[in-house]
Design a protein around this ligand. Structure first.
Ligand SMILES: CC(C)(COP(=O)(O)OP(=O)(O)OC[C@H]1O[C@@H](n2cnc3c(N)ncnc32)[C@H](O)[C@@H]1OP(=O)(O)O)[C@@H](O)C(=O)NCCC(=O)NCCS
Length: 135
């Protein structure tokens, strides 16, 4: 899983679009694997996409959607939306009240998928939009 996530994310990092700026992708992936819940879609051993979210708030109030990536050849097939919906349902089953996420203000695809799955803008922090869905 680690190397497949790396291969999926690497082309997005520091690609000049300014969408993802990460100094250490390996450390970021290690943190996700250790601390986050991960939903993935694979086809014939090829990772088509994954969603990583945190459900480790001790008060079980706020879950946090950290990363969602779908392989370019598998985009626009509903994988992204369905993984977000799975994550939201899982948070409900775990007793969470809210799901939050942060997206770069120029990441139109991410903003659209958040709106499509019921998130609303609650705050702007520099270049990031904080979006939230009440579960
Ligand atoms: C954003 C991303 C995860 C969407 O995954 P996907 O599987 O293609 O999305 P879906 O097919 O489920 O589409 C869900 C919604 O996302 C939005 N969307 C998806 N692709 C889009 C595009 N190219 N342009 C604009 N909006 C887009 C639409 O609102 C779409 O709903 P609709 O089909 O009813 O219009 C995918 O494009 C991706 O991996 N992008 C690069 C990484 C990224 O930006 N991740 C999000 C940040 S956490």
């Amino acid at each position: 899983m680690r190397s497949q996530i790396y291969d999926l994310m690497h082309p997005l990092i520091n690609d000049g679009s300014g969408v993802y700026e990460l100094d250490d992708l390996t450390a970021y992936i290690d943190k996700l694997l250790k601390k986050a819940c991960i939903i993935s879609v694979t086809d014939q051993d090829i990772l088509q996409g994954f969603l990583a979210y945190y459900a480790n708030d001790p008060d079980k109030q706020v879950g946090f959607l950290s990363m969602l990536v779908v392989l370019p050849t598998a985009q626009r097939m509903g994988y992204g939306r369905r993984m977000v919906e799975f994550c939201l349902t899982d948070l409900v089953h775990k007793g969470y009240k809210i799901c939050r996420t942060e997206v770069k203000e120029n990441n139109i695809m991410a903003i659209n998928i958040c709106k499509r799955t019921g998130f609303s803008l609650i705050e702007k922090k520099g270049k990031y939009l904080i979006m939230e869905k009440v579960l």
